[in-house]
Design a protein around this ligand. Structure first.
Ligand SMILES: [Fe+2]
Ligand SMILES: [Fe+2]
Length: 157
């Protein structure tokens, strides 16, 4: 079994413990949606698509488990490290890359490393394209416009 599949098995088991069905489905939709967007961006930018997908699968897990978005990026990175060390799916370097991306994913205004930027962008793509009838959030506008240029999409009207 591939390591992404192994990680998804673990994440699915955690998500299945969420009692509220709508929240659970929302969490599954978001993590898998960001994961797909992350792979597309990785392929476009020449980054590792498997690491991108793994970072995406873990990026908001802390918030879903705890029910709180307070400091969820930093706490999410700590949780991701525990999970990755336990599952032994990644090298130390890969674990650091994934945890850095998760720690930075809520800093949408700043520019960080390539995998950090990839995860922020994948998160923005899912926020903006999951329901195009919803307005793009102010803090995601510049990033979404730049993604539209990168992917040759018309973008927000
Ligand atoms: Fe988040
Ligand atoms: Fe997210």
């Amino acid at each position: 079994m591939g390591r992404l599949k192994d990680l998804r098995k673990y994440v699915n088991a955690k998500l299945n413990k969420m009692e509220d069905e709508d929240k659970r489905l929302g969490a599954v939709n978001h993590l898998y949606g960001v994961s797909l967007a992350a792979v597309m961006i990785a392929e476009k930018r020449g980054l590792d698509p498997e690491i991108a997908a793994m970072a995406a699968m873990l990026h908001d897990l802390y918030a879903y488990k705890s029910g709180s978005y307070d400091d969820h990026a930093q706490k999410g990175a700590e949780l991701a490290r525990k999970i990755l060390v336990k599952l032994e799916l990644t090298s130390e370097e890969e674990t650091d890359i994934i945890c850095s991306a998760i720690a930075h994913h809520d800093d949408k205004y700043s520019v960080d490393g390539p995998m950090d930027e990839l995860l922020k962008d994948a998160d923005v793509i899912h926020h903006c394209l999951n329901d195009v009838s919803k307005p793009v959030k102010d803090k995601e506008k510049a990033r979404f416009e730049s993604l539209c240029r990168e992917f040759g999409m018309e973008g927000p009207k």
